[in-house]
Design a protein. Structure first.
Length: 219
């Protein structure tokens, strides 16, 4: 839970500093971050502390830095980080790859293997999926799937703001939202090889600077 709160804390700070300030009404990315905080039951004081830190010009800036490379057995890895010390983060990520028999690559070496998409998980109770799909298609929605009592809407990365606004205007309850990278090609490997790849993924996810890790391994 502490790792989740730390990630959300950075999401708030980056959303404010790279978006449109600390007013959620004017900053779609901040609205999404605050929704995710509520979904994770992040304490209100933690949220307020993150907002204060983001608006304090005397604190260090977090920057988003991405890393690309390969785990063992040819599995592509894309790592998103938020860091206030790039040298530290580069050294740590390189060390994780090296210690797990992977290779840290150059920018663009694996990014093309992933589709950058946005997603919204909404309360699906009483929602007509076909009607919703017709309403959202012009705003960038590409797919709507069911997840227990919720509906998950996905679209292109560029559609995030428009989809968010349309769902809010329609009174939809957004439970969670964000951006992710979906592999457009996956690779199946055996149990032993899978364990080797998962070792690298776990090391990366445990790193305080790492926000998200995406891979091309079939699950």
């Amino acid at each position: 839970m502490s790792k989740t709160f730390a990630r959300l804390n950075k999401d708030i700070i980056i959303a404010i500093r790279e978006g449109n300030g600390a007013d959620p009404d004017m900053n779609p990315r901040l609205r999404a971050a605050l929704q995710n905080c509520r979904a994770a039951n992040m304490p209100k004081e933690n949220v307020e502390r993150a907002i204060k830190k983001a608006t304090d010009k005397d604190t260090s800036d977090y920057k988003e830095v991405n890393f690309e490379g390969y785990a063992p057995h040819g599995i592509a890895i894309f790592v998103e980080t938020a860091t206030d010390n790039n040298n530290r983060t580069v050294a740590n990520v390189r060390s994780h790859f090296n210690k797990c028999n992977g290779n840290l690559g150059t920018t663009g070496s694996v990014e093309f293997m992933f589709d950058h998409v946005c997603f919204f998980k909404i309360n699906g109770e009483g929602v007509d999926v076909e009607e919703l799909e017709l309403e959202l298609i012009d705003f960038g929605a590409e797919e709507i799937t069911s997840d227990e009592n919720a509906l998950v809407i996905t679209g292109s990365f560029e559609s995030f703001g428009e989809l968010q606004s349309k769902l809010e205007e329609g009174g939809m309850e957004i439970v969670e939202s964000g951006l992710e990278r979906v592999p457009n090609i996956t690779k199946a490997i055996g149990p032993e090889a899978t364990a080797e790849v998962e070792k690298l993924i776990e090391r990366l996810e445990e790193d305080d600077d790492v926000q998200n890790v995406f891979h091309t391994m079939s699950l």
